[in-house]
Design a protein around this ligand. Structure first.
Ligand code: OXD
Ligand code: MN
Length: 594
């Protein structure tokens, strides 16, 4: 057991940046903490924090032999996921937030939040957490400061971002930063709000300690605020993994792929190719598993960074079959949240494929009558550097060039395994009309189909119509834009089983995608896009039924015509900010489907 080293109280102002000192002083005057601690991100600071959390039960140590330096955190059972219904974008003009966001007038939101924050840190330490989203010396990176009263948030931010002294130095140099204020408050769902003020580059989050609501660098900054900034500055902030595929010839192409939450982004980012591919010399490199910031480079290509430094991955379903790289990553220095534990104090979740749960995520003796042992949205937080497939290029300040953009949802029917968009405009439409079933990553019903354009429904910080227009604006003379594809790993047969084996076998689809990028694979044009011609996508060695082979590549024109009707209705809900070009493209395809 570590000795409990108190954090050095440091009331002194360790920055010469007046704007930051003023904000910290004003926040302290409002929230009234007992202590203020400026985080430097050092090992000593982290060790002291972990020891304090162990002492007060916030973190429980796991089996130190099998899982050295690994911890279990059990959150309040009412605080286990993102709360989309309590998440607001507070722009001066209501319309700027769009129908895709909950909106509150900035004045009203500030009044509400000031009342909640008033005195809320009495008896607590206020941590000032400077962080950088992206490699510390990257021109594509952006910085922020999160003020929080949660040491669990500090420990997670240290893994998920470049946090501490180096970030503070960059903030001082640049003079600008996103301001995020967070308090766990009383963890009362009736006093819980996640507010975004894009025009002020600020975030206020109260009443939750859950990752997506409380680690403000992630969804709040790197997607909602960053998407707003990106539109103003000519770049894109997306809910996308970034993966590098190295061919046997030693050439690496990077793919950015958008999937809704809990739809396998982490698995795809860490994919291990099937044996035959490995033997032939294919390799897969993980750059990021959740967020991608990209902007045009001097050569006209899009260059991307992963703004995060760690993975906040969904535990259930992670196994030696689905994601061996993730399993290897989380064997040390990992924080597990809301997983179950075995009798020998190891983390456990449904789909792990080994061991038995003894204690469930709420700390009760496991009883199947109480539901799953691990919460369906239980998570691991781990440094990306621990991932065996982590790409050295992920630290490249210039980013990696993107050859293909892939959109994908969880669709049990209709949508084929893969198709390619005709051009950029069609690609934007393909992303804009994505639909997917809801998952446990957010509170509310699971498995409900909803429109989730570009997997950004919960994260786009402004009006979707303006967002699509922004995407279209990248189609400039001289631009060398990635090709755009759509995939669906989740199609089911009449027996309700998945038709496609998924996981490592998705490599076959990626191979076809990259061959299309290089102009070496055959495709057959259809109304909805180009599908692999017979034999062009390698199915060798897969035991797919004839029904599966047919269904995975089938286009039912009648059902697609209906789908394009529904798509039209959805796009109309975006009103007059919907770019005309997008509706025209939709209407042309709808007409061609008859
Ligand atoms: C996540 C999410 O945590 O999308 O990445 O909810
Ligand atoms: Mn996500």
């Amino acid at each position: 057991m570590n000795a409990v080293t108190p954090l050095q109280p440091n009331f002194d102002t360790p920055t010469r940046l007046e704007a930051l000192n003023d904000w910290v002083a004003r926040t302290a005057a409002l929230t009234r903490p007992d202590r203020i601690h400026w985080c430097d991100g050092s090992d000593a600071e982290n060790a002291a924090l972990l020891a304090r959390m162990q002492a007060d039960g916030t973190l429980l140590p796991l089996d130190g032999e099998a899982y050295p330096n690994c911890w279990l955190h059990r959150s309040d059972p009412s605080d286990v996921a993102r709360v989309e219904h309590l998440t607001f974008v507070c722009t001066r003009e209501r319309d700027d937030a769009g129908p895709n966001n909950h909106w509150m007038a900035p004045g009203d939101a500030h009044a509400k939040m000031d009342a909640l924050f008033d005195g809320c840190m009495r008896g607590r330490t206020m941590y000032v957490v400077p962080y950088c989203m992206g490699p510390i010396d990257s021109p594509l990176a952006r910085c922020g400061v999160e003020i929080t009263d949660s040491p669990y948030v500090v420990a997670n931010m240290r893994i998920m971002t470049r946090m501490g002294a180096a970030a503070l130095a960059r903030i001082e140099r640049e003079g600008t930063f996103v301001r995020g204020l967070h308090s766990t408050g009383e963890l009362d769902p009736d006093r819980r709000f996640i507010m975004h003020f894009p025009e002020e580059l600020s975030i206020q989050s109260y009443g939750s300690g859950y990752g997506g609501n409380a680690l403000l660098g992630k969804k709040c900054h790197a997607l909602r605020i960053a998407s707003w900034q990106a539109r103003q500055e000519g770049w894109l902030a997306e809910h996308m993994l970034i993966v590098g595929i190295e061919s046997p010839q030693g050439e690496t192409h990077y793919i950015a792929a958008a999937f809704p939450s809990a739809c396998g982004k982490t698995n795809l980012a860490m994919l291990i190719p099937p044996q035959g591919y490995r033997e032939a010399g294919w390799k897969v490199w993980t750059v990021g598993d959740d967020i991608c910031w990209m902007r045009p480079g001097a050569d006209g290509r899009l260059y991307a960074i992963n703004p995060e430094a760690g993975f906040f991955g969904v535990a259930p379903g992670t196994s030696a079959q689905s994601n061996p790289n993730a399993l290897a990553s989380i064997r040390h220095d990992t924080i597990f949240t809301n997983v179950a534990v075995t009798a020998d104090n190891r983390p456990w979740w449904e789909g792990l494929g080994e061991g038995e749960p003894a204690t469930d995520w709420q700390g009760r003796p496991y009883d199947p009558a109480n539901g799953p042992a691990a919460h369906p949205n239980s998570r691991f937080t781990v440094s990306a550097k621990q991932c065996p497939s982590y790409s050295p290029e992920a630290e490249n300040p210039a980013g990696v060039p993107i050859s293909a953009i892939v959109f994908g949802g969880r669709r049990a029917s209709l949508v084929p395994l893969v198709f390619e968009a005709r051009d950029w405009t069609h690609g934007v439409l393909v992303g804009a009309v994505m639909g997917s079933e809801t998952t446990a990553a957010a509170t509310g019903a699971v498995g409900v189909m909803r429109p989730d354009p570009m997997a950004m429904k919960p994260f786009c910080g402004y009006h979707y119509g303006d967002y699509f227009a922004h995407w279209l604006s990248f189609d400039q003379p001289g631009a060398k834009l990635p090709k755009v594809f759509h995939v669906n790993w989740f199609r089911k047969g009449d027996d309700g089983k998945f038709l496609w084996p998924g996981y490592g076998e998705n490599m076959r689809v990626l191979e076809w995608i990259l061959a299309r990028v290089q102009g070496t694979a055959a495709a057959t044009q259809t109304e909805i896009g180009a599908l692999p011609s017979a034999g062009a996508l390698n199915l060798d060695g897969l035991s797919l039924s004839a029904e599966a082979k047919q269904a995975l590549f089938a286009i039912d024109r009648t059902q697609w015509a209906e789908e394009f009707g529904r798509i039209g209705e959805y796009l109309q809900t975006l009103g007059d900010r919907l770019p005309e070009k997008l509706e025209q493209t939709r209407a042309e395809i709808a007409r061609s489907l008859g």
